[in-house]
Design a protein around this ligand. Structure first.
Ligand SMILES: [Zn+2]
Length: 271
């Protein structure tokens, strides 16, 4: 039943860990319905709903919330309302694990760290106040130091392809041994990245002023800016594996698929 699946998701990603502004948990779905197929995706957008229906999913688990702020209408007059209508009409539940998945151990940034080549132990970049084993971002060490240029190339090949390349700020020849990463928009972790002593900080959505001021201040890590979707996507397979294993241990067998639809807003770049 959906209720059992939700219990297992919330054992892995406790909703109590979410930021106060966040909106996580079950968005729609009947807790008594049977779940056989689960689709994991970053965003609850129309193309992902298409995939959920084509796959025959009973549950769609997304990282980003459909409604982050309060709403008084789910009428099918907006794209969000149409998502809700299509999901309910086709008996597909929607569940969101957002900042609670970011700070979980392991969470979103663990999967990102593995994708860009960190093989050893990882620690949170910004530990959670109530449990320093959890927290935002991760810091780890490469098996052997490499020039920034090479690390960036490896990161690009470890992450899924999106419309744009990775953007790098720093001397391409700079040696990189310690790496800080944060899935999603990592502006707020620039200070923590500097304090961590990392040689490079890889995240998404870095804006001009925070990035420029960070670089100008000097003595900090190099920066790598990736697409938002690409930095969070690696977590989906990890979450799918953990959830299906936890359910199988309870005698509940479900099939899971990870969506490969790139849901970044950006769809192309100029040559
Ligand atoms: Zn995100």
């Amino acid at each position: 039943m959906l209720a059992d699946v939700v219990t297992e998701i919330e054992t892995l990603y406790d909703p109590a860990w979410a930021e106060s502004w966040d909106a996580v948990g079950l968005v729609c779905g009947d807790p008594g319905r049977t779940v056989r197929k689960i689709l994991f995706a970053v965003d609850p957008v129309a193309a992902v709903v298409d995939e959920a229906l084509e796959y025959g999913a009973d549950l769609l688990v997304t990282h980003h919330p459909l409604y982050l702020r309060g709403t008084t209408s789910v009428a099918a007059t907006t794209f969000k309302g149409r998502v809700v209508h299509r999901l309910i009409r086709n008996d597909v539940a929607l569940y969101t694990a957002h900042t609670n998945a970011d700070v979980a151990d392991p969470g979103v940034s663990d999967a990102l760290a593995r994708a860009v080549g960190l093989t050893g132990e990882l620690r949170p970049l910004l530990p959670a106040a109530d449990d320093p084993r959890r927290g935002l971002g991760r810091v780890g060490t490469l098996p052997s130091p490499v020039p920034l240029r090479e690390f960036a190339e490896r990161a690009a090949s470890g992450l899924p392809r999106t419309a744009g390349p990775l953007r790098v700020a720093g001397d391409p020849g700079r040696e990189v041994a310690t790496v800080a990463v944060s899935g999603g928009a990592g502006d707020s972790l620039l200070g923590a990245a500097r304090a961590s002593g990392a040689d490079v900080f890889l995240t998404a959505d870095l804006r001009h002023h925070p990035a420029s001021e960070f670089v100008e201040a000097g003595e900090g890590p190099a920066l790598i800016d990736a697409s938002h979707w690409a930095t969070e996507w690696p977590w989906l397979a990890d979450a799918a594996e953990r959830l299906t294993s936890a359910l199988a241990a309870k005698g509940i067998n479900v099939e899971a698929r990870v969506s490969r639809i790139v849901t970044d807003a950006w769809t192309s770049t100029t040559p």
